[in-house]
Design a protein around this ligand. Structure first.
Ligand code: SF4
Length: 256
């Protein structure tokens, strides 16, 4: 659950399934992940992008191994201490893995609440407050899953009200008026364009280093369309993030 939540933070489900399967085969326990070099984790992260998440997950595995006897802590407050785990992920793990009575609010759920419950635009904070107030006394994981599914499959940016299972009680559907969630209640941000981005170039550098250590010169030459100054800055950024190491002219994945 924890691994999938981190992988799903900025990547679509269909792209997560294979890396998630490979990851759990390689690291069936947090301690096995913690004991492996970061380079092994980065190789398993191929295809997912946003590689800082891989380092966060590796750091989280180390914290779980060192401070929680190798077991993922069940309390949401402890989950929030783990690197890379924010409020949404901690609540999702707390609800779905441990059955805690906490609301799981993403963009989709924020949209459902703004339309079906209140027919008014909600801030991120308001959406979380409303979601927690709406939680039933029991079966909260099923409730959270239903809200996520409702937002993902019916109450999308172009809602399918004619077939929606809560259409009869939906406030916006009954009262009408302007869409109260034209921008998805602001619970998450849209992703910037990938092509030509620093993110794409960073991914290219890491792809080269997954094969073997490379010279700086080789890496800069591999960044087609990226000038030398920008390329050097990107490599320095990856070093600063702890994802790669540079010794003299040779660059390698951290831990290789
Ligand atoms: S009836 Fe329409 S607006 Fe209301 S929850 Fe369903 S899909 Fe969303």
């Amino acid at each position: 659950m924890l691994v999938s939540e981190v992988m799903l933070q900025q990547t679509q489900t269909t792209r997560v399934i294979d890396p998630w399967t490979r990851f759990l085969e390689a690291f069936p326990t947090p301690t096995m992940c913690a004991d492996a070099p970061l380079s092994d984790v980065l190789r398993l992260w191929s295809g997912l992008g946003y590689h800082r998440r891989a380092k966060s997950l590796h750091d989280a595995a180390k914290m779980i191994s060192d401070e929680y006897d190798g077991e993922v802590p069940p309390q949401v407050t402890d989950l929030r201490r783990l690197p890379g785990i924010g409020e949404y992920s901690a609540n999702a793990i707390g609800s779905f893995a441990f059955g805690h009575r906490v609301a799981v609010v993403d963009t989709n759920v924020g949209r459902v609440l703004a339309r079906a419950l209140l027919n008014r635009t909600l801030s991120v904070r308001d959406a979380r407050v409303e979601a927690n107030a709406l939680l039933p006394r029991s079966n909260t994981a099923s409730f959270n899953q239903a809200m996520l599914d409702l937002g993902a499959q019916y109450c999308t940016s172009k809602p399918r009200c004619e077939s929606c299972p809560v259409a009869r009680v939906c406030k916006w559907n009954r009262e009408g008026g302007p869409d109260p969630a034209p921008r998805s209640a602001g619970v998450s941000r849209p992703q910037p364009t990938f092509r030509g981005s620093d993110r794409q170039a960073r991914g290219r550098v890491l792809a080269e280093l997954r094969e073997r250590p490379r010279s700086t010169q080789h890496l800069l030459a591999s960044l087609v369309g990226v000038d030398v100054d920008r390329g050097a800055s990107l490599i320095a950024g990856l070093v600063a993030d702890g994802l790669i190491e540079q010794r003299g002219r040779v660059v390698r994945l951290s831990g290789d």
